[in-house]
Design a protein around this ligand. Sequence first.
Ligand code: ZN
Ligand code: ZN
Length: 283
Amino acid sequence: MLIGAHVSAAGGVEKAVGRAVDIGAECMQIFASSPRTWRFRPIPESNSDKFRAAAEEASMGPTVLHASYLVAIGSPDPSLAEKSVQSLSDHLQAAEQLGALGLIFHPASHRGKGFDAVFDQFVSNVQKALDASPGDALLMLETSAGSGDHIGSKFEELGRLIKAIDSPRAAVCFDTQHVWAAGYNIADRDGLEATLEEFDREIGLDLLRSVHANDSMRELGSSVDRHDNIGDGLIGEAGFHTIMSHPAFQEVPFYLEVPGAGKSGPDRPNVEALKRIRAATGG
Ligand SMILES: [Zn+2]
Ligand SMILES: [Zn+2]
């Protein structure tokens, strides 16, 4: 398992590589464009070429992109759904251009309509985004913490969506904090076993393609999305030891999305904490 982190791509995607190297990351997650706007700025060819060269030079593991936070692919509002399709397809194309493993997005909210009511639209919108951006880049649905009307805090929902999307490019990003907040006790050996059995039954462990490695500020089942630094939260170092010991995660890249000591995002102490735990598991 490789240990990486979300890093800034400010000033050009190629700059992200040096930032990842600086904190000891073995793989990285970046935003291809600002996550808080709809506007997508295409990446100039010269920047993506530099990115690929720098990543190769640094022997970086798989890069993943994170989609815009505005994406709401199951939204009952047609203009919002349409913008979401366009945004996912733009970012998927960027993933392809950068040679990234894929794009991670939040299934977001059904806005009070209920999961079943937005199901068909969700599926067809994801299919539209995939059709508009041919290639190999995966589109990974992220597990959600389950606050409000958010889709994807139950593996059953993600499994049903992925089966209906019916594409070899559809996969899942497992966020440890979100899964914990959704009520899956992954810090406990038996709880983790039961969680992964359910994941396998509802989705399939072969579709577990990335992990967001975050400790949790909030208690098990809180439904609250609050990431903590590794070892400072309620999953804790022992919990991460349990997670990282499990065979299901051995080939899956881990990406930190933690606040960091200085609140400026994932930093070297967090990367080193995960590396220490990995070493202790014998991995
Ligand atoms: Zn996440
Ligand atoms: Zn989160």
